[in-house]
Design a protein around this ligand. Sequence first.
Ligand code: SAM
Length: 278
Amino acid sequence: MTGSTRDPRVVPTRITSLTNDRVKAIRALEMRKERKETGLFVAEGASILVTARDAGFTAETLVHLAGAADSGIAKGLLAWAANSRAEVLEVSEAVLGKLAAKDNPQTMLGVFRQRWAEMPDAARLTPTSCWVVLEEVRDPGNLGTIVRTADAVGASGVILVGNCCDPYSRECVRATMGSIFTVPIARVTLADFLSWRPTWTGDVVGTHLDGTADFRTVDYKAPTLLVMGSEGPGLSDAMAQVCSRLVRIPMAGSLDSLNLAVATALALYQIRGEHLRL
Ligand code: SAM
């Protein structure tokens, strides 16, 4: 999947055939199984690619629409690809249409290697560290929005516990708006999380519909771990039991819970509020 051996500085590979092997290989990254086996993923759009570049990522492959590489941003991205000796593919509209999202087609996309963070090391936490823990998050749009929000509030990273959706899916990557390249994401089984939990010295705040404390009244002890439950069943008993406190977000309407990403954003702004300034 790393491409040909020719120097991409000399000439990009032009592809017009929908059945080209490189096109098939990139398209196959829509499947989770393929992403898992190759360790690769696709990010679409010049602005997300700029974020990737600025975060120190290098693309394995950069794909661009033929005739659409004249803007300053596109030229800069092509220079970045050339400097890192990435494979560069110049493709026809039909080929790009096969590779890019149908509802929001972009003229550039990149193939990148996934990065997974280690679980936070207690010895290296700063007094203001805040990690978000998501148990069995299932909706890639929610996960992407949470990664983006974690970035916005300066959280240290996101920990995925148990059987979660893939942060490197197209939908999730797009929802992160580029934060997939800047927010460390760790993944762990429930059993491993429970073994690691005693190393955390600050508050482990679970958000729970049975929580008795109003999340706005709590004095959160840093470093803070914010633990969120799954969209369907919520927080498991095993996770709830290892939280140092359970908080609830008051609601006045007819429903009993908020959307997971919305609840995470409210809690994060409460926990991180004092560190955020205009
Ligand atoms: N039926 C689920 C339950 O019983 O928890 C609702 C899950 S809710 C859609 C997803 C997650 O968002 C919850 O597990 C919790 O972490 C958080 N959440 C949503 N609304 C909340 C609220 N009002 N108070 C506290 N946490 C909330």
